[in-house]
Write a protein that binds this ligand. Structure first.
Ligand code: NDP
Ligand code: HSE
Length: 438
């Protein structure tokens, strides 16, 4: 049978990795897919840019639309990124009756509902395994491997750049900006790296995970998002003293009141495997009622790890070319007419435990005042550390761990603590999760 012809949009980190993996493993890929897969056309912005991979046999252009419209291309691989041009090109590919493979989580999180509806209308597939956690096949695991479960929660380290920065800062004492520059040079970071460090990229991915775990529409705008830029070395050290690691976590949980959808730095007990996931590695922990906890680990970014997921999607598309569109795995795991309208919980209603750090005047009664405010808001203290003031300073660092409480109560308590004349500056708050089997 003739090979399937694919058009590639983007020859950057992931595009290059995809070209290389498809070439190197061509025979095995064809044995799995039942047909060869070749990239016949590809688009990049600057055709004079030197590339470190072999583009022989691929017709190159700086006009991505011509790839989408070319009568030979049956599958379009979108690896340009962003949600403007990529959105137009993907919608056009679908309108042209072509299957789409993409690694673009911003596109899926923001426009996925529209894209999947259009794809259903045209009977084409849109595959996006590489959009979440790089090379880890987490979409397939949740959508297919865990299809028998009532999923209770999903928690993951789902941004490789952020985890790489936190790990290098903790283990080697390196500077934030210096490690971010290295992540950019290694091709891990987004075109706009604030997406990585402010948690937006992780929020895109969590939006997708929540949709396929719970059978809800994609709701990126409802995701609570906090990045890693305010984590200090002090907090990392105090957390370790207390037996925790600080990780940037995406967490979505089904509760009776609604679905939690949140991305923020989180203290995790250091005995948990996920607390020990370092560097560019990602890990996703999924709790299903039948299977219990399952953990998926692997490279979260980079050329070939991500290409691994892109090529797996291509193989799936080729295998499904002859199947009835009605019998394909649904884009969001659940049948489109069976999606649930369960609400996303506002952050104020989410319950977690907290790590608090504050600068308190070193005099009697201050701790009692803080404890009394916490008590008035129904917040119980689990542990307290008080450091000696630095020489010449009248203030000491006080670190507290609390039990679980609604975020609204904690907001009010923090406002009252910050109003005390004995407390200097703001109170640092980092949420804590035990991630145990409950
Ligand atoms: P890069 O910036 O490395 O590559 C983008 C490519 O798109 C480049 O080849 C660029 O051309 C091309 N391009 C940009 N604008 C145009 C245009 N107007 N016309 C034609 N080509 C254009 O990005 P990545 O490979 O890192 O990321 C691609 C996608 O994959 C993004 O959605 C990203 O979020 C996602 N992703 C990335 C991962 C990673 O580890 N990097 C991991 C998982 C997902 P030129 O080369 O000439 O500049
Ligand atoms: N910038 C992303 C990350 C790429 O660092 O995780 C993988 O999605």
């Amino acid at each position: 049978m003739d090979p399937v012809k694919a058009g590639l949009l983007g020859l950057g980190t992931v595009g290059g990795g995809t070209v290389s993996v498809l070439r190197r493993n061509a025979q095995e890929i064809a044995r799995r897919a039942g047909r060869g897969i070749v990239i016949t056309h590809a688009a990049a912005r600057n055709l004079d840019k030197p590339r470190s991979f072999d583009t022989a046999g691929i017709e190159l252009t700086s006009d991505p639309q011509s790839v989408v419209d070319h009568p030979d291309t049956q599958v379009i691989i979108e690896l340009i990124g962003g949600d403007t041009l990529a959105h137009e090109l993907v919608m056009r590919a679908i309108a042209n009756g072509k299957h789409v493979v993409t690694a673009n989580k911003a596109l899926i999180a923001k426009h996925g509902n529209e894209i999947f509806a259009a794809a259903r209308g045209r009977g084409v597939m849109v595959a996006f395994e590489a959009a979440v956690a790089g090379g880890i096949p987490i979409i397939k695991a949740i959508r297919e491997g865990l299809a028998g479960n009532h999923i209770q929660w999903v928690a993951g380290i789902i941004n490789g750049t952020g985890n790489f920065i936190l790990t290098e800062m903790r283990d080697k004492g390196r500077d934030f900006a210096d490690v971010l520059a290295e992540a950019q040079q290694l091709g891990y970071a987004e075109a706009d790296p604030t997406f990585d460090v402010e948690g937006i990229d992780a929020a895109h991915k969590l939006t997708i995970l929540a949709a396929i775990a719970f059978g809800i529409p994609l709701q990126f705008e409802s995701t609570y998002t906090e990045g890693i830029t305010r984590i200090t070395r002090e907090d990392v050290e105090y957390a370790e003293e207390l037996g925790y690691r600080i990780k940037h976590l995406g967490l979505t949980r089904r509760t009776e009141q609604g679905i939690e959808l949140r991305v923020h730095p989180t203290l995790i007990p250091e005995r948990r495997l996920i607390a020990n996931v370092d560097g560019v590695m990602n890990a996703v922990l999924v709790m299903g009622d039948a299977v219990g906890p399952t953990l998926y680990y692997g490279a979260g970014a980079g050329a070939e790890p991500t290409a691994s997921a892109v090529v797996a999607d291509l193989v799936d598309v080729v295998r499904a070319l002859t199947s009835d569109p009605e019998n394909r795995v649904p884009h969001l795991a659940f049948q489109p007419d069976a999606l649930s309208d369960v609400p996303i919980l506002p952050m104020e209603e989410v319950q977690t435990a907290y790590y608090l750090r504050m600068q308190a005047r070193d005099e009697p009664g201050v701790l009692a005042d803080v404890a009394s405010i916490l008590g008035e808001h129904g917040i119980s203290i689990e542990a307290v550390i008080q450091q000696e003031p630095q020489p010449g300073s009248a203030h000491a660092s006080v670190i507290m761990l609390t039990y679980r409480v609604p975020e609204r109560n904690m907001n009010h308590a923090i406002a009252a603590i910050e109003a005390l004349s004995s407390i200097e500056g703001t109170v640092t708050r980092i949420r804590m999760e035990t991630l145990d089997a409950s």
